[in-house]
Design a protein. Structure first.
Length: 110
C-alpha cells in the first residue's frame, strides 16, 4: 500500500484528526511515538517532525489526553531520551468509574 504524501499545510490538520481518533480508541497508556508509528503506516513522515508538538499540545489543551509521566524513547534516533506518556481522558474516566464501582461492591468485614 502506498503512503499518502502530505504538504506542510495539510499535515497538521490530518495529523490532528488522526490523533483525535487515536486517543478516542486508545485504552492504554501511550506516547507520541506510538501515535506516530500508527500514523506513518498510512502517511509519509513530515519534513519537519516537530509538527507533532503542536498536535499533542492541542490534544492536551482540549483535555483529551492527560500527562502521566516520562518513559524512555524507544526509537534509536531518540538516544533513549525521556518522552511523555499520556492517557486518554476517555480511558482515565473509565478507570475511575471502575475503581468507584469496585469499591461499592466490596463489603467490609468489620
Amino acid at each position: 500500500m502506498e503512503k499518502k504524501e502530505l504538504n506542510k499545510t495539510e499535515f497538521y490538520d490530518v495529523a490532528l484528526s488522526f490523533a483525535l481518533a487515536y486517543v478516542q480508541n486508545q485504552m492504554k497508556l501511550f506516547t507520541s511515538e506510538d501515535v506516530k508509528e500508527e500514523f506513518y503506516k498510512k502517511y509519509s513522515e513530515p519534513v519537519e517532525p516537530r509538527i507533532w508538538g503542536p498536535v499533542f499540545r492541542e490534544l492536551s489543551r482540549q483535555g483529551l489526553i492527560l500527562f502521566r509521566g516520562y518513559v524512555k524513547y524507544k526509537n534509536p534516533k531518540g538516544h533513549g531520551k525521556p518522552t511523555g506518556q499520556w492517557i486518554s481522558l476517555k480511558y482515565h474516566t473509565k478507570q475511575k468509574q471502575n475503581r468507584q464501582s469496585n469499591g461499592r461492591s466490596q463489603q467490609s468485614l468489620f
